[in-house]
Ligand binder design. Structure first.
Ligand code: PRX
Length: 646
């Protein structure tokens, strides 16, 4: 098949690697046969009539006619096996409290909570919003919701009330699960207070949240509305330990969950993942990434509020009967060795985190690491941003003591699980620091130029996925057109990831960051247009442009150039107000590093802001051709404002 001929390449030095390339080629040559076999490793109520329905591209449907429930594979399958007595979660609170939860405990709790949800009136296909911190009730809620055939929409607990309201309204979600408060850097975060505000905001936009379930975490004083609010523990404790709720048989192409992510417009998009496709792809990717063994202790140091947590803290580990560590708090609280003390305490064998966390931890020096016995580690993983080669070296040598392969996983909310990543089996995929290496079996990526031709080795282009895979989205909630436009219109029929990439002479993929108006700030995905929309809400702002500039720890940080309305005084207080607007609309993760006031923004004659020019100035790079600018003096003014700021 011509499109895979040169991708990836064989390398005579590594016989196992060549075996892998043969295996991979076979898998992408006939994806239906490959995924048919893979899906059979899982439990289904009914197997499918058709592996892949391509009749309405790009709305591909996997395992059509099949029926299952992800609980069958994550929980029920472990009954009457040794895994039932095994630890599912070692949970560690930021304040040092700890909980050990076995598969049996989890099964009991999920059944009881499923029953409680049914008795509260939650029905199949309802969307339940989950706004919880990193506590065990978060996976418990997700499993209970999917068990009864409803869908979860998990909203990261660091998002603001407004961001929560936007997601509740878009999903028309009437039931919300939250907590009273939780600790972050030693201080309580009042989550329920955020919820009260969000419910008001949602109500003003026509969506009435009818039931709120509250988990007690810190026991703080909270507003409580009788008849609407319920304590989680009171609900669950009503039912006996042997409560059983049969997992609802869902169609393979039903929606398993929605997860909102940022794109190139102001409105976050609800990515919909499918019951059978997500389940199959995640099971397969988790196995590939970690070569998981019964004795492993796996720790994904990330938040369940993002896709990384959905897949690598909840569904992936549970479908493999693995033991997962779940840490609630901030990375350097109370001291910069917190993560290393967790590795030592639970004898973590596989650690998976982001380059941002590694850069943060590295800056405190190696002595914090050396205080701890990290000899249990056997594999290290990374995700979310490109990893700088020097950070890779530190991870490999200082954390892994030169013994642990580094599994650099490229993927995104839309893909369900990793797509380009090595297997840690020795020699299957030789590593190169900074490269996510090769595609997983069944995945066919490529790098294309603007005309849709594959780029030669070493030449930068855009990453695409050329064939459907089971973990692909069903679409965008309520907006099928946006799904087609965002992912399948740049290159007709191919999935456009929005990332720059390059292949090298040996066919390795190197990911080079976003190619659109999306930033990765400390690994979090934030749309610059979302931030600009937030700024425009302030009465003093006439125009705003947000761009990302490199940062040694966070990878990238946002800077906003703002044009004020005539007559407004550009004083420093106003800068704080503008920063506050962004924090309130999105959340503290989107806090801009700087706001600079200018008289005009660099724009084309048709009024389009030239982000390229802005970026060049704010990163002190060459400005290049400015002949299409409406007013070239805007460049000098911006340079002056930036110099003053620096
Ligand atoms: O730019 C890529 C970057 O993260 C983006 C996806 O973000 P999100 O949907 O939040 O998912 C993050 C966790 C899967 C991608 O478009 N990205 C992710 N992994 C890598 C990466 N960039 C480089 N190397 C990676 N390993």
């Amino acid at each position: 098949m011509s499109e895979i001929e040169n991708l990836p390449y064989k390398d005579k030095r590594f016989p196992y690697h060549n075996a892998y390339i043969d295996y991979w080629r076979k898998s992408v040559d006939n994806i239906e046969e490959f995924w048919d076999q893979k899906a059979r490793e899982l439990i289904w109520y009914k197997t499918w009539d058709k592996v892949l329905d391509s009749s309405n591209p790009p709305f591909y449907r996997w395992f059509v006619g099949g029926q299952t429930n992800i609980n069958l594979n994550a929980l029920d399958r472990w009954q009457n096996t040794v895994t039932f007595n095994k630890v599912a979660y070692y949970w560690e609170g930021e304040d040092g409290t700890a909980r050990v939860i076995t598969y049996r405990d989890l099964y009991k709790e999920v059944n009881k909570f499923s029953k409680a949800l049914i008795d509260l009136g939650v029905k199949e296909n309802d969307v339940v919003t989950v706004y919880l911190p990193m506590i065990p009730e978060l996976p418990i809620s997700m499993l209970s919701i999917t068990r009864i055939g409803a869908m979860h929409s998990v909203v990261f607990s660091g998002f603001s009330p407004e961001a929560l309201a936007t997601r509740i309204v878009d999903a028309k979600s009437k039931v919300l699960i939250t907590a009273d408060s939780y600790p972050r850097n030693g201080k309580p975060i009042e989550l329920k207070k955020n919820v009260e505000q969000a419910i008001m905001l949602a109500k003003n936009q026509g969506v009435n949240v009818e039931k709120v379930i509250v988990v007690k975490r810190l026991g703080s004083e909270i507003p409580f509305t009788e008849g609407r609010d319920y304590w989680y523990h009171e609900l669950v404790n009503k039912y006996p330990d042997n409560t059983y709720v049969k997992p609802v048989a869902r169609k393979s192409d039903d929606i398993l969950f929605i997860l909102y992510t940022s794109g190139t417009t102001g409105k976050p998009k609800g990515i919909m993942h499918s019951v059978g496709g997500y389940m199959t792809y995640v099971y397969h990717a988790f196995k590939w990434n970690w070569d998981i063994r019964p004795e492993d202790v796996h720790w994904t140091f990330a938040d369940v509020g993002w896709i990384t947590g959905h897949t690598y803290i909840v569904y992936g580990p549970l479908m493999h009967g693995a033991t997962e560590v779940m840490y609630e708090g901030a990375p350097v609280y109370p001291a910069p060795d917190r993560p290393w003390s967790i590795v030592e305490k639970y004898k973590v064998t596989i650690l998976y985190t982001s380059p941002t966390s590694l850069r943060l931890l590295r800056q405190y020096g190696d002595d914090w690491v050396k205080k701890h016995d990290l000899s249990s580690l056997r594999i290290l993983g990374t995700v979310g941003e490109p990893i700088n080669p020097d950070v890779w070296d530190w991870y490999f040598n200082v954390i892994g003591k030169g013994k642990c392969p580094i599994v650099d996983t490229w993927w995104m909310t839309e893909t369900s699980a990793s797509m380009i990543a090595p297997s840690p089996h020795l020699g299957l995929v030789p590593l190169k620091p900074g490269s996510a290496t090769y595609p997983l079996p069944g995945i066919l990526p490529d790098v294309l130029d603007d005309n849709g031709n594959p780029t030669p080795p070493g030449v930068k282009g855009y990453l695409v996925i050329k064939k459907p895979w089971p973990g692909m989205p069903l679409g965008i909630w309520g907006d099928p057109e946006r799904y087609v436009k965002t992912y399948f219109s740049k290159y007709q029929g191919l999935f456009y990831a929005g990332d720059y990439a390059v292949k090298d002479e040996e066919g390795y993929f190197w990911l080079l960051g976003r190619a659109d108006e999306v930033l990765k700030v400390a690994g979090h995905r934030i749309g610059t247009i979302e931030m600009e929309d937030a700024l425009l809400k302030h009465p003093a702002v006439a125009e705003a442009a947000v761009i990302g500039v490199p940062d040694p720890i966070k990878g990238e940080v946002p800077i906003a150039a703002v044009v004020l309305k005539t007559g407004v005084d550009p004083k420093d207080d106003l800068k704080n107000e503008l920063i506050d607007v962004i924090r309130k609309t999105i959340g503290p993760i989107a806090t801009p590093q700087a706001i600079i006031f200018v008289k005009k923004l660099p724009k084309t004659r048709s009024g389009k802001i030239m982000r390229r020019v802005l970026k060049a100035i704010l990163t002190n790079g060459p400005v290049g051709d400015v002949s299409t600018l409406e007013d070239p003096t805007s460049v000098d003014e911006l340079k002056r404002a930036w110099d003053e700021f620096k």
